[in-house]
Ligand binder design. Structure first.
Ligand SMILES: Nc1ncnc2c1ncn2[C@@H]1O[C@H](COP(=O)(O)OP(=O)(O)OP(=O)(O)O)[C@@H](O)[C@H]1O
Length: 250
């Protein structure tokens, strides 16, 4: 078989496997309206999306187009005004706050631009934080945290505090912490926004590795280069999906 045929056969096989994979996130005509005194602000105006297990998605768009609103909804930090949000098998669209917070802890991992680490805690202890709310034996939590610290390349920094780490290393701790409950989806908000370009590239390599391991990643960014590391790019404009395309890698 020629190289060309092999390449196109592989590409078709990959497309097929994505098409037949389980949906992890489904938005059906999701709308979000904020009330500002007498004024209604329509931040999301009918977004329909289907994200499959193992996809790596970037969300881009101009300021005010609804990215944070969408991330807040995806992250179960807020509820849609109307429409349906299915996370895995579960309809989370109108869940009460307590249940939503349970869903966040069990099914979602968060990575923020500003790392959000606890300054008094070491690398391992920061990674363990989401496990405090579970009834796990201490040694087991510690084992998981150390394994994840190793996974993100921090095996020589296990007992350092955040102020003793570079920005890139702090973001690795945040990534390890986001993985601790083996989430269905990892949500990242401008994860490289505070980093110089070398550290940013290192963090993007960690995302590439997670993607290779089959994790589902959704990343909001202003940066075209970051967006192009994903395999699907969604662009919002005025609260709607303007484009939703597969990223072609040269
Ligand atoms: N809590 C709120 N109350 C009222 N209006 C809001 C609220 N949050 C967002 N908005 C409005 O909803 C629209 C979408 O805002 P959103 O923060 O989702 O945009 P964004 O794409 O994340 O912008 P940026 O890139 O500047 O962070 C904007 O018009 C914004 O002013």
């Amino acid at each position: 078989m020629s190289q060309e045929i092999v390449t196109s056969t592989l590409a078709a096989a990959k497309r097929n496997t994505i098409a037949t994979r389980k949906s992890i996130v489904r938005f059906e005509d999701v709308r979000k309206t904020y009330q500002m005194g007498p004024v209604l602000v329509e931040a999301l105006r009918g977004v329909t999306l289907d994200i499959k297990q193992g996809e790596y998605i970037s969300i881009m768009g101009p300021s005010g187009c609804g990215k944070s609103t969408m991330l807040n909804l995806l992250g179960c930090l807020d509820r849609p005004t109307s429409g349906r949000y299915l996370l895995g098998e579960e309809d989370v669209s109108q869940m009460p706050d307590d249940d939503l917070s349970g869903v966040r802890g069990a099914k979602l991992g968060f990575i923020f631009q500003s790392y959000n680490l606890i300054p008094q805690l070491s690398v391992v202890e920061n990674i363990e934080v989401p496990l405090y709310y579970q009834d796990r034996p201490e040694e087991e939590s510690r084992e998981i945290a150390i394994r994840l610290a190793q996974l993100v390349g921090l095996e020589k920094r296990l007992w350092h505090k955040p102020f003793e780490l570079s920005g890139g290393q702090q973001q690795r701790v945040a990534i390890a912490r986001s993985l601790v409950n083996d989430p269905l989806v990892i949500l990242a908000d401008e994860p490289t926004g505070n980093l110089d370009s070398n550290s940013g590239t290192e963090i993007l390599r960690v995302f590439d590795d997670l993607h290779q391991q089959g994790k589902t990643l959704i990343l909001v960014t202003h940066d075209d280069d970051v967006a192009h590391r994903a395999d699907r790019a969604i662009r919002l404009r005025d609260g709607q999906v303007e484009s939703d395309v597969k990223v072609s890698k040269a």
